[in-house]
Design a protein around this ligand. Structure first.
Ligand code: PLP
Length: 375
């Protein structure tokens, strides 16, 4: 007699709802009857990777695919070490920074422990905690930013990790130096503080508290960075964690070796060698896109939120899923925000001007349509 499968499954897995990724573009094009889609849903950088990384990708020898990658990203860690002036042993690279989120939680959380983060932020911290059997304490945002006092108040003796998304996805808000210092003083080394700086390269402000520097004074701080956003290597899946050597040594114990592929490693390493012009061009593209979109939202009388990062949020006059479907029929894919606990908002990636103009034209049409005006 065999047991029903569900009885083999722990309650926290039974209760967990799996994330459903979007279908591939050709399938979506067929469903929505369009020839092509502008992907404004994932905060990708449409300029593509910097030139040196491009050359690595173009020159990749197919027989190289037969060989396992460096199991610990030897040369990529050396490149990161050089860039940030730190020991290579202080870097741990993953299959995107999503993978290192899981490694950090596995390394520090035990039965009965909890993590603290915001209610409206990158959801993977919460998801990994929950499907691993740990409670995620979700502190409401304050004025669209992480609430430092609220997070400190939520800490208890079983809090192992606080996740701070700085700048926050999806609101773009970020803590300034003094706010970060006050928060770290409040934590007082009692738990690991993860600063997820996935959008750090989009911030051009002296007052941004750089986690790479903070970790030298606060041993419990670890920083996540990714090559998926500014460096436009999302498809190759490379992200990393950096911290004190002792902290990273523990995280490494829980981390799958060989998870970063043979093409991603050198592409990421090379991306660091000539990124200045690329970062400048990307920031300019984002600034131009924002200058186009925000006044248009104002003119339409729509509330919007943005800060640092290559995205803006706008509150829609109809349900976000209805807006999504109407926009998809016009070849525009945005992110619905109900899943981020912002019902009836959408998030739009900031890209080149012609695409932004296409988005705006489709968006105006749809807003008119749902408001009952001219379609
Ligand atoms: C705040 C934040 N952290 C991490 C990630 C994951 O990035 P990766 O592609 O490196 O897994 C994302 C991706 O959207 C993000 O927005």
């Amino acid at each position: 007699m065999s047991l029903p499968i569900a009885e083999l499954v722990p309650p926290h897995i039974r209760a967990f709802e799996a994330y459903v990724p979007s279908r591939p573009d050709p399938e979506l094009c067929r469903t929505y009857g369009v020839q092509r889609l502008h992907r404004l849903n994932n905060n990708e950088n449409p300029l593509g990777p910097p030139p040196a990384a491009r050359r690595v990708i173009e020159g990749f020898p197919p027989p190289g695919a037969a060989v396992y990658p460096s199991g610990d990203c030897h040369y990529l860690r050396a490149a990161l070490a050089e860039r940030f002036g730190k020991d290579p042993e202080r870097f741990l690279v993953g299959n995107g920074s999503c993978e290192v989120i899981a490694s950090v939680i596995k390394a520090f959380c035990d039965k009965g422990d909890n993590i603290v983060t915001a209610d409206k932020t990158f959801a993977v911290y919460e998801w990994v905690a929950e499907f691993s059997g740990f409670h995620a304490r979700l502190i409401p945002l304050k004025d669209y930013a992480f609430d430092a006092q609220g997070m400190l108040a939520a800490m208890d003796a079983r809090t192992k990790i606080l996740f701070v998304c700085n700048p926050n996805n999806p609101t773009g808000k970020w803590w300034r130096r003094d706010e970060m210092e006050r928060f770290l003083a409040g934590v007082d080394g009692r738990a690991i503080v993860v600063l997820d700086e996935a959008y750090r390269e989009y911030v051009d402000d002296e007052d941004f508290p750089d986690g790479m520097e903070l970790m030298e004074r606060h041993k419990n701080v670890v920083v996540f960075r990714t090559f998926s956003k500014m460096y436009a290597l999302a498809g190759l899946r490379v992200g990393y964690v950096c911290g004190q050597k002792e902290v990273v040594d523990y995280i490494r114990r829980t981390h799958i070796v060989y998870s970063v592929n043979t093409l991603g490693q050198p592409a990421a390493a090379e991306a660091l060698t000539d990124d200045a012009a690329h970062i400048r061009a990307t920031r300019e593209m984002v600034a131009r896109a924002k200058a186009l979109l925000l006044p248009a939202f104002d003119e339409m009388g729509l509330e919007h939120v943005s800060g640092a990062g290559n995205f803006v949020m706008v509150r829609t006059p109809a349900s976000d899923s209805l807006m999504y479907r109407h926009l998809m029929r016009r070849g525009i894919m945005v992110r619905t925000m109900t899943g981020f606990r912002f019902p009836n908002w959408i998030r739009v990636s900031l890209v080149q001007e012609p695409v932004m103009r296409e988005f705006l034209s489709a968006f105006r049409d749809v807003v008119d349509l749902v408001r009952g005006g001219p379609a």
